[in-house]
Design a binder for this molecule. Sequence first.
Ligand code: TRP
Ligand code: SF4
Length: 530
Amino acid sequence: MDGDIPRTDGGTGRADGSTEDVALDPWGSASVGDYADLFAEFGIEAFDEVVDDVPAPHYLMRRGVIFGHREYDAVAEAMANDEPFAALSGFMPTGDPHIGHKLVFDELIWHQRQGGDVFGLIADLEAHAARGMSWDEIDEHARSYLLSLLALGFDPEAGELYRQSDNRAVQDLGFELGAKANFSEFEAIYGFDGETNVSHMQSVVTQTADILYPQLVDEPKPTVIPVGPDQDPHVRLTRDLATRVRYFKVTEAFASFELDDDERQLVRTAYDALTPTGNEGDDVRSAEAAEWLADYDPPAGEAGDTLRAAKPSAVETLRAGGKEPLRPRVRFLDRNATEAAFEALIEAVDGEKRVFEGHVDAFDLTHDEAESLARDVEIDHDGFGFRQPSSIYHRFMTGLTGGKMSSSIPASHISLLDDPEDGYDKVTSATTGGRETAAKQRELGGEADECPVYELYAYLLANDDDGLAAEVYTECVNGERLCGGCKEQAATMMREFLAEHQEKRAEAEAVLADLDIDLDSDRRGTGGEH
Ligand code: TRP
Ligand code: SF4
């Protein structure tokens, strides 16, 4: 990654070092105290670690605006190898599209241009159930989101746009997935309680179906969900459900007995220690491995502690195995398979195999071969064969008035429908990371990392031009740039962007009218929350 491109911290640096509780709430306020905490708390991974594997990364990736991911490596790899992949995101039609939505629109469009199958959806069921929007309001906002998405370059011929309420396949998929989730889980993940309306819960199930839909319409493939980190609970749940509906689970085993993941790692260590290289196949007995493992001390540290905790049960299992030789194998556990699918799997395993009640062991298959076999059999027998979806997370923009960007504070954000002159004015009135006086600014430099105006350059105005983003940043922190001129430049660019975008929206009207998407729903319902 090019170290010269200034990377934004999204204005979230907390100078006092205070810690805020990290929470991810899809329906709460879209703000995050400290992005770094998300890695430790929720297992989101740093985007830095995968960006080098992305062919020609998007500027939001290069500038660290996209800061985190789950399993994006799978998508990057597919992209690099010209293999199929997909991207999908959804928009709740609760207001006008604004520059925060533009980030996600751009992410979808970029994945489409990189060759992905791309889906954009209107989360109308969620807007109605969780936000109390009336169907008329929803229709109007949905139209506006779609116009901006098209104006920014989404190709509706190559991709698919839909409303949740109109997508029968999504509804059916949601119904299947919902059968694998229960209320306690929703309580734990979303804080739902006895007061939560049932349609709100249904909209969650619908979202999990949205996320897996790209793999349903075609075939299972790496799929990325570009969203803000507030949506991560949905991603985590969906990754779980994608696994829970699979017919088979493929694991590694050593003998007839079952092991959990930690125990398996210990037995692997014992097996490797007792099997001199080149001698694979010479029998190591279970009981022998038990004695070796009993004397083994896992390394210090957290991972070692986990293994230490698993050691007694691993030793016990091995002892009980007695004289049974250890022979590494892949094991297919029957999770949800139909009888016919289980039979077909047995049939399809090449080479030496052993069939047990509820599982099959294969001695001549690699893990990857076994995974793809399991998926093929599942798909042939009316299963989904889903891969776990991937995700990427972008930083939230700081409000132009400081604090968080909020649609309820017009001056804090720029709507894609704002009159270009208003857009200009909002930028010139924005707070900055500047010093009290020009003299101080020349001496100390500005605080670009704390500046919403710098964010506008990095997230939007500089577009693909890393040179411009770098110039603004460097000149600012070196004290060569003063806020008046800097804002004037940004405001002028914003005015141009809005004017051009709105022209393109007007052109997109005709395209939208030709699409098979109903924006005049004659649904009956309640009138919305007023
Ligand atoms: N819950 C999302 C929001 O609040 C909207 C949404 C619905 C979504 N389905 C989705 C986002 C699938 C990503 C993927 O904006
Ligand atoms: Fe922000 Fe520009 Fe002022 Fe620097 S010079 S603090 S980037 S407005």
